[in-house]
Design a protein around this ligand. Structure first.
Ligand SMILES: Cc1cc2nc3c(=O)[nH]c(=O)nc-3n(C[C@H](O)[C@H](O)[C@H](O)COP(=O)(O)OP(=O)(O)OC[C@H]3O[C@@H](n4cnc5c(N)ncnc54)[C@H](O)[C@@H]3O)c2cc1C
Length: 295
């Protein structure tokens, strides 16, 4: 069903009323009014032109691993950088150019197998390169911004800009690129030995697996740590591990993770988030801020 007039190329790649559950790691949420996977920047530009002409709201989707989509779905155009041009990796000496749609895991592994170190600290983070940049993903072994040299974005009005690392303000789980789409990222890494990098990756992954419920439906840490407290510690101290709403439960393994046990709705997860926030505020007078994005 296509009730919107759109240029031919756009018509071919538009899909309507697409369930977003399978595009998020929580496996919950409603449908996208329009879902599109542009193959390259020129198609992306046309999609954005269409959104402006039709006054459609734009949503950029990576792997949906830091995202909760409301059960009522998303009114507007969800753009998924799944096309081939956004999935390329080029390695030239110590310089790695990655499309924003590349899976972080693939980039880390390919760099390691090229004898390059610097990204291995991000192992186990399941997003795309674009999503990782927007969230400045990372942890105790460093953040993605540590190895970025430059990145290219497209604004919602189609303007392409290459930014050097120093032009972008990266913060704890965020950066100042909102309103822009990351299309590719350049990293400068260090030369190393393949076995050394692979070994580090194994160690970090093992550590992560021990502490986090990696093989469940979740979206990583729900809340940011505060300046003085770790969110997980506060939630655990408040006795909220195992707290349930419908099919959503606070993980027993890591208190800052909410797990969809199979039949959770996004409303269940939102209600659980509300309970956690209220409890922590009441018990410790601390206001937790969400790390996950909510559509
Ligand atoms: C098991 C598990 C473990 C995790 N561990 C960690 C961890 O250790 N550290 C950590 O930081 N995070 C962690 N996360 C959270 C998540 O993986 C990261 O935030 C990741 O970088 C999100 O990438 P994504 O592609 O899935 O982004 P999405 O969830 O799809 O999107 C996140 C945000 O980025 C925007 N976005 C996505 N792609 C682009 C783009 N190309 N251009 C512009 N905006 C874009 C979206 O609009 C949205 O606002 C974990 C998640 C899970 C499920």
């Amino acid at each position: 069903m296509n009730m919107i007039s759109s240029p031919e190329i756009i018509d071919e790649i538009f899909r309507y009323d697409v369930p977003l559950q399978r595009y998020t790691s929580f496996r919950t949420g409603g449908a996208a009014e329009i879902f599109v996977e542009p193959g390259n920047t020129s198609e992306l530009k046309k999609v954005l032109q269409f959104c402006r002409d039709e006054q459609k709201k734009v949503f950029i989707l990576g792997k949906g691993t830091n995202l909760l989509v409301n059960d009522s779905g998303v009114k507007g155009v969800v753009i998924h950088l799944g096309g081939v041009d956004f999935k390329e990796i080029e390695i030239n000496g110590r310089h790695v150019l990655s499309g924003a749609g590349v899976g972080l895991a693939k980039l880390i592994r390919k760099s390691a197998l090229s004898g390059l170190e610097g990204l291995e600290g991000l192992v186990g983070i399941p997003g795309t390169v674009g999503g990782a940049v927007m969230m400045n993903a990372g942890g105790k072994y460093g953040d993605i911004s540590d190895t970025i040299d430059s990145l290219t974005t497209m604004t919602f009005d189609g303007k392409i800009t290459k930014h050097s690392r120093d032009d972008v303000e990266f913060a704890y789980r965020g950066c100042n690129l909102s309103g822009q789409i990351v299309v590719n990222v350049e990293f400068t890494l260090k030369e190393s030995k393949i076995e050394v990098v692979l070994e580090k990756m194994d160690e970090i992954y093992k550590e992560k697996k021990e502490k986090q419920p990696l093989s469940t439906f979740n979206a990583g840490s729900i809340f940011k740590n505060t300046q003085h407290f770790k969110a997980a510690e506060l939630i655990e101290r408040a006795g909220l591990k195992g707290q349930k709403v419908g099919g959503a439960v606070v993980s027993e393994k890591h208190a800052n993770f909410i797990v969809n046990t199979g039949n959770a709705t996004s409303a269940d997860i939102l209600e659980l988030i509300k309970i956690i926030k209220e409890t922590i505020k009441k018990k410790y007078n601390v206001s937790l801020e969400q790390e996950i994005q909510i559509w």
